[in-house]
Design a protein around this ligand. Structure first.
Ligand code: SF4
Length: 249
């Protein structure tokens, strides 16, 4: 476990999903043991309209379960507008959605801290930014270092930390279930991941199920495909997914 007392602010980036909930449990206990619980904020970058309904409330519930602060912020321009402007959907090699809708939003929150609570600090603000990414999720995530520090901005030193990087999915669910906090209904409905309901990086199974659970949103994505002339995935269009969703019971 890293030395949490070194950091002025500890941000737990949360989608309210299983991995976020598991890392939160780890960090809350570690911060309590280190006497720095008051430095921890559960931070949710909201994607209005495209993330699963109820996610903000669940992320807040998870934070309050441990007596932690909760902050939610959003980008001025929504994800669908961003995709429309770009003219193509995000992909594994082009995750502009995460960069714009999550990382940039978290970065602005750190700026808020610098201008507010920490405005009198006479050295760079030391921020620990925790993400619930796991190596087992993808080869790209497996290559991510567990800890890396960026000092590109002289006013802040941001250390990205992946506290459950080497965890298995069973470890994650066992930890989440032990907290007693209910899981999001999308998991109960069969989704394997949370965050955006319809994600271009998701499996076909999750995409078809999401089309069944959020048919109106699926039609919005289909209309976006038509408008920009680009499919949600190379080999799959929203119209095909919607048709498949209609065939399945
Ligand atoms: S869930 Fe998918 S679409 Fe949404 S921000 Fe993450 S990668 Fe992008």
């Amino acid at each position: 476990m890293i030395d949490l007392t070194r950091y002025d602010a500890i941000l737990v980036q949360s989608s309210a999903g299983k991995d976020s909930a598991a890392q939160l449990d780890v960090i809350a206990h570690a911060a309590h043991a280190a006497g720095v619980l008051d430095r921890v904020t559960v931070f949710h970058a909201e994607l209005p309209g495209v993330e699963w309904p109820g996610v903000v409330d669940l992320a807040a519930t998870q934070a309050h379960h441990y007596g932690l602060r909760f902050a939610v912020r959003r980008q001025f321009r929504g994800l669908l507008d961003l995709i429309h402007q770009r003219g193509y959907f995000p992909a594994a090699h082009a995750r502009f959605c995460t960069a714009d809708q999550k990382r940039a939003v978290a970065g602005k929150y750190v700026t808020e801290l610098l201008r507010g609570e920490f405005r009198h600090l006479d050295r760079p603000l030391r921020v620990l930014s925790a993400l619930g990414l796991r190596a087992a999720e993808s080869p790209t995530r497996a290559r991510r270092p567990r800890l890396r520090t960026s000092t590109r901005n002289r006013a802040r030193e941001v250390t990205e930390w992946l506290p459950i990087h080497d965890w298995t999915i069973d470890q994650v669910w066992n930890t989440v279930n032990a907290t007693g906090i209910p899981r999001h209904w999308a998991y109960t409905a069969g989704m394997s991941r949370l965050s955006c309901s319809i994600c271009p990086l998701a499996s076909r199974r999750d995409l078809v199920l999401a089309c069944q659970l959020r048919p109106q949103l699926a039609r919005q994505y289909a209309a976006l495909e038509d408008a920009i002339g680009h499919r949600i995935q190379n080999r799959t269009s929203m119209h095909q997914l919607i048709a498949q969703a209609a065939e399945r019971p």
